[in-house]
Ligand binder design. Structure first.
Ligand code: AMP
Length: 138
């Protein structure tokens, strides 16, 4: 767990610039400085939380509520008809900035956008695991 300030706190405080596309009391969205494709946007809560599982219900609700609107805006602005939402938690999961953020990454037919390897297995017996997870929901 890390609650150390990150570069996104500096962006939230206006100490370093960003290309802002949306903000409200709980959320800020801006262009990613290293875009995987044109229109790659980051959506962050103002609340300082490193990981999704640490985020308050209030911030999570605000983040979730605005995502469809921002996806529509990115689609309208870029003309993309496909996009990925990506949200990394932990260095092993490719997280580099330890402040919750959702990537909106348009996909175009020029090869730009998110590339991933989907190593799908086979679900043999899910009942016990599903029950264990269900029992852990707080
Ligand atoms: P992640 O690997 O999910 O932690 O992604 C962090 C993202 O933050 C990367 O896509 C970076 O390009 C982006 N990023 C880092 N610093 C900045 C910045 N100052 N302005 C905009 N995006 C940034």
């Amino acid at each position: 767990m890390s609650h150390e300030p990150t570069i996104f706190d500096a962006i939230l405080a206006g100490e370093i610039p960003c290309h802002r596309v949306y903000e409200d009391d709980h959320v800020l969205a801006f262009l990613d400085i290293g875009p995987l494709s044109r229109g790659h946007v980051l959506v962050i809560p103002r609340e300082r939380a490193a990981f999704m599982h640490e985020l308050s219900d209030e911030s999570a609700a605000a983040l979730g509520a605005v995502l469809p609107r921002l996806c529509r805006a990115v689609m309208a602005a870029t003309g993309c008809t496909a996009y990925n939402l990506l949200q990394n938690n932990g260095a092993e999961a490719h997280q580099a900035v330890f402040h919750v953020h959702v990537h909106i990454i348009p996909r175009f037919d020029d090869g730009s956008g998110l590339r991933l390897t989907w190593n799908a297995g086979t679900l043999e017996t899910g009942e016990a695991l599903a029950a264990t997870i269900a029992a852990a929901v707080d």
